[in-house]
Each structure stands twice: as structure tokens, then as C-alpha cells.
Design a binder for this molecule. Structure first.
Ligand SMILES: [Zn+2]
Length: 223
């Protein structure tokens, strides 16, 4: 009942003060975007491949332009419902790239990059988990937050230069192999910049036998 009233109020306010598109400031339609901007966001068709520790980082976008703006709005400006758009991009990209032919509900588990002691951020939601849970539902591939843990507090990576990032993140994760019941692990992230975190996690999984690692990131920085 309350949510119904909230929806009506929201619609009423939106009619008075239409929400603006994050990218062009026209009236927004869906996911905080106008129809035109939404339609214009396309996967990168660049043949560039980002490799971290001999693992390819599959990614639909370079971290720049529109997608960068959307991610920043999602993480820092409370545009929470963008998780649905991001998981849609990842779902479409998954089905477009070769992951579709390798990873199935039978052989794969999806994991995210954990934060220390479930550190609730200022947003009040774990931004990457929302995307993963939605994608897991769409792909019908199991998601687990019991496989990898963050065991050490680390400073936010974006304040550090690339070599400091590797040092900062070192030995800060722990794997629980007993919770792995599939042969493929799909690691999901929103941005791969220096690759320090990705590298640290890939290294850990490489110590396990008979486990294949795949990495999908919403965006990637060209190096
Ligand atoms: Zn627009």
C-alpha cells in the first residue's frame, strides 16, 4: 500500500519537475536517461584486449565518456536504479562475447570483489552486489559471496598511484575453496583501472587446481 502511494507521489512530483537525463539534461525516460542517450550507448567494438595475469578482462565499455559518467552517478550521486541498466549491458555483452559458449549454470559460479567486513558505504547499498545479483538472476548462474573474503582494511584505491595500489591490496583477500562447487569462477567488477585488485584475486585463484578463472568488468581502462 505504502509503496503504491510512494509511486503515485513520485509520479506526481516527476510530472511537476521532470527528472533530467544524466547525459544531456533533456527529460529522462528510463534509468535516469532520455530515450536518445539510452539508444546511443553501444558496446565498444574495439578489438583491444586487456589482459591481467594472463586472464582476459572481458568488458563491454572503456571507462570514459558516457559510461564513466553513469558509473560516477551510480556510485556517488545515488542513482541506484542504474544497477538494472548495468546488469542489462553485462547480460547483453555476455551473450555477445565468447563467455556465452563457455560459462553455463551447471559449471559456473559468479563472485564479486568483497569489501572489508561488509563495510556499508555512504550510499547505504553495496553498488557492485546489486549488479551481480541482478545479472546472476538473468543468466540463471549461481552467485556466491562465500568464496572470497576481504580480510584486511585497505585505503581506497583511487587515491593511490598504480604501484601503490598493488602494495595496498596485497594479501588482503582470502579464498574459501571448500565453498567452490563448480569448475569456472566468473569474477565481476565495475571498473578495471590499474588491474591491481584483479591481479591480486586472479593470483589467489591460480593457486587452486582445476579451477578456471574468467573476469567480466563493466568497464576497463585502456593501458
Ligand atoms: Zn539524454
Amino acid at each position: 500500500m505504502i509503496s503504491k502511494i510512494q509511486k503515485i507521489i513520485k509520479k506526481f512530483i516527476n510530472n511537476l519537475y521532470p527528472e533530467k537525463c544524466i547525459l544531456c539534461n533533456k527529460n529522462s525516460e528510463e534509468f535516469h536517461l532520455c530515450k536518445t542517450c539510452l539508444k546511443n550507448i553501444k558496446f565498444s567494438t574495439d578489438s583491444y584486449k586487456r589482459i591481467v595475469n594472463s586472464v582476459q578482462i572481458f568488458s563491454p565499455f572503456f571507462y570514459k565518456d558516457e559510461i564513466q559518467k553513469l558509473i560516477l552517478n551510480y556510485k556517488f550521486k545515488h542513482k541506484k536504479s542504474l544497477y538494472k541498466l548495468f546488469s542489462k549491458f553485462l547480460f547483453d555483452y555476455f551473450n555477445f562475447c565468447e563467455l556465452k559458449n563457455i560459462l553455463t549454470p551447471e559449471n559456473t559460479i559468479i563472485i564479486g570483489i568483497p569489501s572489508y567486513k561488509d563495510r556499508k558505504n555512504k550510499r547505504g547499498y553495496n553498488h557492485i552486489n546489486l549488479i551481480i545479483k541482478e545479472l546472476s538472476k538473468q543468466l540463471n548462474i549461481q552467485y556466491s559471496d562465500k568464496i572470497i573474503e576481504k580480510i584486511k582494511y585497505t585505503k581506497p584505491q583511487y587515491n593511490l598511484n598504480y604501484s601503490e595500489r598493488y602494495e595496498n591490496i596485497k594479501n588482503s583477500f582470502k579464498i574459501n575453496p571448500e565453498n567452490i562447487n563448480k569448475s569456472n569462477i566468473l569474477i565481476l567488477d565495475d571498473i578495471v583501472t590499474s588491474g591491481a585488485t584483479a591481479s591480486e584475486i586472479i593470483n589467489l585463484f591460480k593457486t587452486l587446481k582445476n579451477i578456471n578463472i574468467y573476469f567480466l568488468s563493466l568497464s576497463v581502462v585502456k593501458k
